[in-house]
Design a protein around this ligand. Structure first.
Ligand code: PMV
Length: 317
């Protein structure tokens, strides 16, 4: 039996913009998906998904899931049709959209397959293989999710220009950011299963129709993320929160927010969160609120729960 795990993540700055080669900042969270792989009697791949989370998530993602596994087997030089495998998914990372469930799942399965077949793949290879899997879920993923899911920690990620323009994968910039202490966050779940592929395609379409408007927004996203990095490294949490709010305004302008996300963002801010924004593909899924200290974290999370939403209490960095 082969076993592997992958971290969930929160994108703190620049989801979507990161697809076009603008830097983004993401943090792994301390929740994981665990995959086990065993030989199976019947033909093909049998998936036993025991993860808990948003109702309907696993069923609605099943086609993506199958395609992702086939892509990863092929990337490992294993012919998908020749393998009868039972894959079981478990762990404490819930299957909310926007929390990196697909990337954590790809990394966990890639590691479990590597162990099952004795391939002893290092993290860099696992990350590349998980990227192949992520393409099934996200179309043209930037790679930020699988990178956070593989290595953990807080990362500055910039997709290499050649990759952003469609060339084969080459050196993305991945830098580890260090915080003097982890920071409490709350991740609020809208309960809406989101389709990242459709969200990414929508941004591409709108950008092609209104290049000037989008150029301006993209420039602002680039300026903002450098400021946000400086604020994070200086541990100036009030400034980090303000940049998260500003990032949310840009994400709203490119039309990836939703009424439920806006409601949760507003709720978090009125309860004292230093900043709040959607996280991940948007159009449903999750939002993230910066809530340093256990007391503020509890206050914001409880307010979300009282309003009928699920809220995860975790940390970044
Ligand atoms: O929805 P998620 O958690 O898979 O995040 C997607 C992040 C995007 O920036 C929208 C896409 C990408 O590949 O970076």
């Amino acid at each position: 039996m082969g076993m592997g795990s992958g971290f969930g993540k929160a994108i703190l700055f620049n989801e979507h913009f990161v697809v076009y080669g603008i830097p983004g900042i993401a943090s792994a969270i301390d929740l994981k998906t665990i995959a086990t792989v065993e030989p199976h009697e019947g033909p093909g791949i049998y998936i036993n998904d025991r993860r808990v989370g948003t109702k309907g998530y696993s069923t609605s993602k099943l086609e993506h899931q199958r395609e992702a596994i086939n892509r990863m087997l092929a990337a490992m030089g294993l012919a998908p049709e020749e393998h009868s495998l039972a894959i079981t998914l478990n762990g404490d990372l819930p299957t909310f959209s926007g929390i990196g469930a697909s990337a954590a799942n790809c990394v966990a399965i890639a590691r479990a397959l590597s162990e099952e077949y004795g391939l002893e793949l290092a993290d860099d290879s696992i990350n590349e293989i998980a990227y192949e899997g992520e393409r099934a879920y996200a179309g043209t993923p930037s790679g930020i999710d699988n990178t956070a899911a593989t290595y953990g920690g807080l990362i500055w990620f910039k997709r290499s220009r050649s990759v952003a323009q469609g060339a084969s994968r080459s050196a993305n910039v991945i830098e580890r950011l260090r915080l003097k202490e982890p920071i409490e966050i709350v991740m609020g779940n809208t309960g809406v299963v989101a389709n990242t592929k459709a969200a990414v395609a929508g941004v591409r379409e709108r950008r092609e129709k209104a290049p000037e408007k989008y150029d301006g927004i993209f420039k602002e996203a680039e300026r903002l993320v450098h400021e946000a990095r400086r604020a994070l490294e200086a541990y100036d949490l009030r400034a980090v929160g303000r940049y998260m709010d500003a990032n949310q305004a840009l994400l709203r302008e490119i039309e990836v927010s939703s009424d439920e996300l806006e409601l949760l963002v507003e709720l978090a801010r009125t309860q004292g969160a230093l900043g709040a924004k959607l996280t991940g593909g948007g159009l449903g899924g999750c939002m993230v609120a910066l809530t340093p200290g256990k007391a503020l974290q509890a206050k914001v999370a409880e307010a979300m729960e009282q309003a009928g939403f699920q809220a995860l209490r975790t940390t970044i960095g």
